[in-house]
Design a protein around this ligand. Structure first.
Ligand code: AMP
Length: 550
């Protein structure tokens, strides 16, 4: 028997129309470096998105599922592109502006991007790539930046000014009837080996994921909130926040290119966002800033922190500043929201703490399983360690294979029975809370026993004089592998490595303590800003690290 319900496709178009009408007065505030930020209502941004869609179709000839790329900071125009491009049936391709040039070229060619919308300030990055981007026919430049760079750029592409292009266009659009399973947006993830992998989000997956983002047990975003969107719009759709905002009327505060700790602190004090989202390294940097130049962060009722493990010490430090961090886990392939760490009801603050430190609880839309080394599915007992696999309506089933090509389903990422192999290792509790110990590729196997690099890093970063710490496996003749700790000390630190090892020994079993240590000025970071453990292992292998035996 079929249901008697209406079968209305879940589309980004619906999100756009709802947000600009029902939440017309909600605002996108973009930090511009001027004394007053740029403020734009959802009504205005929505109308501008529709004008952009008209311009893309009528002036640039965008049709069907052609890819329109963005090389942009977090700002109102980028939100307009987020809404316009999928609504007209085209595919939004967000380019990661921190990727090395050769990867950007590879990705734009693989996706066969036809248009690139670029912030003027990023022209120095784009212009040298243009001779290598034969599919790009149009470049649309938005915001301040030196246009003269485009003269003699070695491209046949036509150049447009964003504001001129959308001016005088209609504020209505005869939206196409879209299949909710059609591609809406895409984002490449650079794995540790091989070419980058394209994850293609559908209208349906974006819609359902956005609803999850708004749920109280998730980010709980409402029209009464303002979110500081630090997570880049090129990193998995800014974790779904712009779409969620147009669903609920959530106000957005966009930092543009002002991502350094000092301007972020100023933004929080002045604009008083109630929520923010970013990876731990951003919050580490901001903490160091406000400890030296105090700022009021107490407006932040909840900060979503994820992308890599949140050290407990960081959570404690923000608790003291009156801003509450909430740990989340996810990945590009999971849209990205997988888990969020809201403790269950009725617990004391101490009991709550043990839940807050986990990666979080799975929502109904993300079904998990833990798979042991022999392929057996392990119990949810908070002890059985294995690889996390997930499935659900906003979880990738394959990677983009290229235009006209079959999707890719590499064995190490997708199981035969339809689960995504996350490459993360951990345990699940009986009530569905995930605790990660490592990445499959980062595990330290010492004498046949696993040592958790995350546990060592968390313990190290609990030392008040440690700014950053990353632990990797290095080869060892006796134990196969042993941990190597790389540590960045805070300015004026007085401790030495023996002191650090003794500190670690207070919470970590003796056989797990690293004997190889290296004091570094900075832990290398990936293009998303996470600790780059592959780079540390390479530095160690190439003898670039000053390693001391302690
Ligand atoms: P990406 O696709 O670049 O966002 O990377 C996803 C990966 O980041 C995951 O597979 C995890 O290894 C890692 N990750 C994300 N969130 C967390 C977290 N809360 N704790 C530990 N690792 C995380």
């Amino acid at each position: 028997m079929l249901s008697t319900m209406q079968d209305i496709p879940l589309t980004v178009t619906r999100i756009l129309e709802h947000g600009m009408r029902v939440h017309a007065k909600s605002q996108i505030t973009t930090w511009t470096g001027a004394p007053e930020p740029d403020r734009r209502s959802f009504r205005e941004a929505g109308e501008r998105a529709i004008r952009l869609a008209n311009a893309l179709r009528d002036e640039l000839g965008v049709e069907g599922d052609q890819r329109v790329a963005t090389l942009m900071w977090n700002n109102a125009e980028h939100v307009e592109a987020y809404l316009a491009i999928p609504s007209m049936g085209a595919v939004l391709h967000t380019l990661n502006l921190r990727l090395p040039p050769e990867q950007l070229v590879w990705i734009a060619n693989h996706a066969a991007d036809r248009v690139v919308i670029v912030n003027g300030s990023l022209l120095p990055l784009l212009v040298p790539l243009l001779p290598h981007l034969p599919t790009v026919e149009h470049i649309v430049v938005s915001g301040p930046g030196d246009r003269s760079l485009l003269a003699g750029a070695g491209t046949e592409a036509r150049i447009h000014e964003y504001e001129e292009l959308i001016a005088d266009r209609p504020t209505t659009f005869d939206w196409p009837e879209l299949d909710e399973r059609a591609a809406a947006a895409m984002c490449y993830t650079s794995g540790t080996t091989g070419d980058p992998k394209g994850v293609v989000f559908s209208h349906r997956s974006i819609y359902l994921h956005s609803m999850q983002v708004c749920m109280t047990e998730s980010m709980g975003l409402t029209g009464k909130d303002t979110t500081l969107v630090v997570v880049p719009q090129f990193h998995v759709n800014a974790w779904g926040i712009p779409h969620a905002a147009f669903m609920t009327g959530l106000n957005m505060l966009m930092p543009e290119r002002f991502l350094q700790p000092a301007p972020l602190a100023e933004m929080i004090e002045r604009e008083k966002p109630t929520h923010a989202a970013a990876i731990p390294t951003i919050w580490q940097g901001l903490l160091a800033e406000v400890l030296t130049n105090p700022r009021d962060l107490t407006s932040l009722k909840q900060v979503t922190i994820g992308g890599s493990a949140c050290p407990p010490a960081l959570m404690e430090a923000y608790d003291k500043l009156g801003a509450r961090l909430c740990h989340a886990w996810g990945m590009t392939e999971t849209s990205p929201l997988g888990t969020m760490a809201h403790p269950p009801a009725g617990l004391s603050p101490e009991e709550e703490w043990s839940y807050r430190l986990t990666q979080g609880r799975f929502p109904a839309g993300v079904e998990p399983r833990i798979v042991g080394p022999g392929g057996d599915v392990l119990p949810w007992d908070n002890e059985s360690v294995g690889e996390l696999q997930v499935r659900g309506p906003w979880i990738a089933a394959a990677y983009f294979g290229g235009v006209g090509q079959e999707p890719l389903r590499p064995d190490d990422k997708f199981s035969d029975d339809g689960w995504l192999k996350t490459g993360d290792v951990g345990v699940i509790s009986h009530d569905g809370f995930l605790t990660l110990t490592d990445r499959v590729k980062d595990v330290i196997k010492s004498g046949g026993e696993w040592i958790s690099s995350i546990a060592l890093e968390n313990a190290l970063m609990a030392h008040p004089e440690v700014a950053e710490a990353a632990v990797v496996a290095v080869p060892d003749p006796k134990w196969d592998e042993r941990p190597l700790a790389t540590v960045v000390l805070r300015e004026g630190a007085t401790t030495d490595l023996a002191g650090l090892k003794a500190f670690l020994g207070e919470t970590i079993a003796k056989w797990q303590l690293p004997e190889r240590w290296s004091l570094v000025r900075e832990v290398p970071k990936t293009n998303i800003g996470k600790f780059d453990k592959r780079a540390i292992r390479r530095q160690y292998g190439d003898g670039e690290l000053d390693v001391v035996e302690v």
